[in-house]
Design a protein around this ligand. Structure first.
Ligand code: GDP
Ligand code: MG
Length: 469
């Protein structure tokens, strides 16, 4: 079966390469702020399950649309093939090199995706380009990629497109999500009947592949949680006097280990979604660092007060007082209320403050061993889970064509701060988390049902995040 090919055509600097990069999920596509840098075509295969299912070809921009149009019109009489005849003529004309080159894929049967920057008005050269594409007689779709945030000229563009294209769509190279990519592929089916079947298969393969990536993400997140929640470090001590120092050391190692595990898990998620350059930086440091317990970060990982209550594991006078002071969702967070890092750790582990206690994680210090972990409070689960979901969401929604990576952090954090994922969950879902948490703690092996329910919940959540705009 021949693989469907689409050539991305248009004027220089309108976002052709960016659109291609986003559509093909390929961040190796060269995007440049300077027009006219691409002078040769380059094809990018879309590979699913080791098989090429679709091919997008990047092309140079039109250089002399008016001249190309007049040459083609001259060759468009009855029985003539203006595309082939123009290319035969242009092959030896140096100043028509780019125009000759960009029409090459069409001669071998590629469909057309024409990209314009819809945030500016339609000009004469655009009309010439559209007319050229019409004269080629190839199936064609127009894409409006608005570089600036304005809709002022959209109607004007659409009017032109209706005259010259089989279909047109708004698709932003920087903001398009998975859902929008699928919609665009679906729309491509309709521009030529011959492509309906192969492209239906491509769309089906895309959906299947996405589900497989989500399933792998569920494995990674559930694995991370199991690993971190059951993490336990201990050390023998010679005397009671060494306890404090030993505990501090263990806590430091504990916190570093969690951070490392989390980082590895997130890197793997990023790989699944084919990002090689973009990497979303969560608020720095590990879940146990003081920064995480400041107001903003707590909101980000927000649960309602009620959910915390339901989640349980937060008994104890210190935390009780903390809850009274905390206004979840805004204002003070639980951990700020508790005050210190040690206090926060106490909350995470056992609902007790460390200071002045002869217990660490519920293990008496009088003995011979100091132990840190496993986590005693479900908060650890929620913190890690929300961070992973946040990471997932930023990663899947970062279009591969978007290259201003440094803008990723702050803006997204602010938008996210109001939301939180588990913060919107029903009591039933929180209970599923709670049951999973208990099974991790018990390590009995008889906990398959709870784990399966938790994974099911994760699967649904990832799907929901994928499909939301
Ligand atoms: N803000 C913004 N910039 C874009 C968008 N699409 C492309 N650009 C930028 O426009 C410039 C040209 O993009 P490129 O894809 O190389 O255009 P091409 O010459 O048509 O291939 C680059 O600096 C891109 O980062 C967009 O949707 N929004
Ligand atoms: Mg380009």
């Amino acid at each position: 079966m021949t693989i469907p090919e689409f050539a991305i055509l248009g004027h220089p600097n309108e976002g052709k390469s960016s659109v291609l990069s986003t559509l093909a999920e390929d961040d190796s596509v060269r995007v440049s702020p300077f027009p006219g840098e691409t002078t040769e075509c380059r094809s990018f295969p879309v590979i699913i399950d080791g098989r090429e299912v679709l091919r997008f070809t990047d092309t140079p921009g039109f250089q002399n649309p008016a001249r190309v149009l007049s040459e083609m019109k001259r060759r468009s009489g009855a029985g003539e093939n203006p595309l082939a005849e123009f290319r035969r003529f242009a092959a030896t004309v140096p100043e028509l090199h780019d125009d000759y080159e960009l029409l090459g894929p069409l001669e071998r049967g590629a469909g057309i995706i024409y990209v314009v920057d819809g945030s500016r008005p339609v000009r004469g050269v655009d009309r010439a380009e559209m007319e050229i594409l019409r004269l080629t007689g190839k199936p064609r779709m127009a894409i409006i990629n608005c570089k600036e945030n304005t809709e002022e000229f959209l109607e004007e563009w659409k009017m032109e497109f209706r005259k010259n294209f089989n279909s047109n769509r708004v698709f932003n190279a920087h903001r398009a999500t998975y859902a929008e990519r699928i919609l665009l592929l679906e729309a491509l089916k309709s521009i030529d009947q011959d492509w309906q079947k192969p492209l239906s298969q491509v769309v089906a393969a895309f959906r299947k592949d996405w589900a497989a990536r989500n399933a792998a993400t569920v494995d990674i997140i559930a694995g991370l949680l199991t690993d971190c929640l059951s993490l336990q470090l201990s050390e023998n001590i010679a005397s009671e006097r060494d306890a404090e120092k030993c505990r501090e050391k263990l806590l430091a190692t504990y916190s570093e280990t969690l951070a490392r595990k989390e980082k590895i898990a997130h890197e793997r998620i990023r790989g699944l979604f084919k990002h090689n350059i973009f990497h979303y930086e969560l608020p720095p440091h590990s879940v146990l660092h003081a920064e995480l317990f400041d107001e903003r970060t707590w909101q980000l990982l927000g649960m309602t007060k009620k959910q915390v209550m339901i989640a349980g594991g937060l008994g104890g006078a210190a935390i009780g007082a903390g809850l009274e002071m905390a206004t979840f969702g805004h204002g003070l967070g639980l951990f700020t209320a508790v005050g210190t890092l040690a206090g926060a750790l106490g909350a995470l582990f056992g609902g007790e403050s460390f200071s002045g206690k002869a217990h660490v994680m519920g293990i008496p210090l009088g003995g011979e061993r100091v132990q840190v972990g496993p986590a005693k409070s479900i908060d650890m689960l929620f913190v890690l889970l929300n961070r992973s979901l946040l990471y997932y969401r930023h990663t899947i929604n970062w279009a591969h064509g978007r290259r201003d990576y440094n803008k990723a952090g702050q803006a997204m954090l602010t938008a996210e701060a109001e939301q939180g994922f588990t913060g919107r969950w029903s009591a039933g879902n929180i209970k599923i988390c709670h049951d999973f948490f208990k099974t991790v703690g018990s390590r009995s092996g008889a906990d398959d049902k709870e784990a399966a329910r938790f994974r099911e919940l994760l699967t649904g959540t990832l799907q929901e995040i994928s499909e939301s705009e």
